[in-house]
Write a protein that binds this ligand. Structure first.
Ligand SMILES: [Zn+2]
Length: 472
């Protein structure tokens, strides 16, 4: 029994490895160029499959006529469309921690741009451990796979991709170039695979990776005007159009698990057609610290869950406001001239309880009566006393970005009032659940509390809209 087991183990490992790499198979009929077929494995999702082959959920769903992309089953054979290469000649490299694209390029003797292109990397500067990078055997193999549509001719296809007809005939070893069959796959040598479906031109994400508790700028460029919607972290992403570019600022919750998330985008064209695409968003650890807060006995009754819930509900009413016009035209001003006494994101324990809450704002150590100024232009959407947060003001700056000011000694604005950057909106105080005069400043992005200090940084991507990192 013992010896048998010793022999069996390497066999099992070999079988597991074989299983791992046999998942993608090429169909066995027809000429030398076959569509790539993936056999669905346990644990696969359409998203993970799309990422693995550098394509999109929508493209796979469309190519396989899937009515509901959430429903795939183990053993199902899925055609992977838009494969960039003749299959079988490419190898796969599983990224290890710390590996970079230039390092991989050097290792395989290929330009890094080729690897970025072939793998449709949204951000070529970012590889993550476990990512599968497809390595072409040579630069000559770079091209696109095209499924012939009814009525298409070889000349039409050559014109569309800007390649010579003879190159197509040669690359595909076509004996009868005039007889293309709908559904037949052609390899288009040298064609740059567009890794976004029409009308998408570019999807820029910045910063990547995005730390927990920070905001992410999404900039989408399209070939024609569209109506654009999106979703990330199971929440809708609202876009605002400016100079032909669709922008969204997305808040990453301070407790979002680090990892890879899918941003889905749906463009609706003028004729009503909808086209979807997706991009990977990597969330990294925010590096927040821990602190214990002791609430004086007289005030701990304020931690009553019913009071907390009622006040949260009041704030929810304004949290999700989305005004399409952007009201800032440069970095935010600091709301007070004072040192930071408590940073955003710090995991908190109240009176020795569990660290299951976090500091949702930035505390400034300013004395009672210090003027509090609007960091940017906006509209006051809340100005009233609250039980926990004390005298509170919330300003809407557009694009789903709002700022909140708690514990004020006085409120000097009214709801509906337009403020400019630098306008005094109230005074620092110690009202509500506060252990001393200070300003608690919140920044909400798409309804999520994020680190306000990121909004005081002139280098933040939403203050440099033309300088956002570009990939297409
Ligand atoms: Zn605070």
């Amino acid at each position: 029994m013992r010896t048998e087991r010793r022999i069996l183990l390497p066999l099992v490992v070999a079988a597991l490895l074989a299983g791992l790499w046999s998942a993608p198979v090429a169909a066995q009929s027809g000429g030398p160029l076959q569509p790539l077929v993936h056999v669905v494995q346990r644990g696969d999702t359409l998203f993970s499959i799309a990422r693995r082959y550098g394509t999109t959920v929508d493209a796979i769903a469309h190519a396989n006529g899937l009515a509901d992309p959430r429903h795939i089953y183990v053993g199902q054979r899925l055609v992977i469309p838009g494969g960039v290469l003749p299959i079988d000649s490419w190898s796969a490299h599983v990224v290890r921690p710390g590996e970079t694209l230039p390092a991989l390029a050097a290792r395989y003797g290929l330009p890094w741009e080729t690897l970025a292109l072939a793998n449709r990397l949204v951000n070529p500067h970012l590889l993550y451990a476990g990512q599968v990078i497809r390595i072409p055997a040579s630069t000559e193999q770079v091209g696109a796979l095209h499924a012939v549509q009814p009525g298409e001719s070889l000349i039409g296809i050559a014109l569309r991709y800007g390649v010579g007809v003879w190159n197509l005939i040669e690359a595909n070893r076509l004996d009868h170039p005039n007889r293309l069959l709908p559904g037949q796959w052609l390899f288009i040598p040298g064609a740059q695979p567009s890794w976004l479906p029409y009308p998408f031109r570019a999807v820029d994400l910045s910063p990547l990776p995005v730390p927990q508790g920070k905001a992410l700028l999404v900039a989408v460029r399209t070939a024609e005007p569209v109506s654009l919607t999106g979703a990330l972290f199971d929440r809708p992403v609202a876009f605002a159009e400016e100079a032909g570019v669709y922008y969204a600022v997305v808040g990453v919750h301070a407790f979002t698990e680090p990892g890879l998330y899918e941003l889905t985008l749906v463009a609706t064209l003028a004729d009503g057609r909808q086209v979807a695409t997706s991009a990977g968003v990597v969330v990294e650890e925010g590096g927040y610290s821990y602190e214990r807060i002791d609430v004086p006995p007289g005030r701990s009754s304020l931690l009553d869950p019913a009071v907390i819930a009622a006040e949260r509900e009041r704030l929810e009413a304004v949290r999700g406001v989305f005004t399409p016009a952007r009201r800032w035209h440069g970095p935010f001003l600091s709301p007070v001239e004072a040192a930071v006494s408590s940073y955003f994101g710090t995991r908190r324990s109240y009176n020795g309880g569990p660290y299951n809450s976090y500091h949702g704002g930035v505390d400034f150590d300013a004395g009672r009566g210090t003027p509090v100024r609007a960091p940017a232009a906006g509209t006051v959407v809340l100005a009233e006393p609250l039980t926990i947060r004390g005298n509170a003001v919330v300003i809407d700056h557009g694009w789903g970005v709002l700022t909140g000011y708690w514990h004020l000694s006085s409120i000097e604005v009214t709801v509906g009032q337009e403020v400019q950057a630098g306008d005094v909106i109230g005074r620092v105080g110690n009202t509500g659940l506060s252990t001393g005069a200070h300003l608690h400043w919140e920044v909400w992005v798409g309804g999520i509390s994020v680190d306000g200090l990121q909004w005081l940084d002139p280098q933040a991507p939403w203050f440099n809209l033309d300088g956002a990192s570009t990939s297409s």
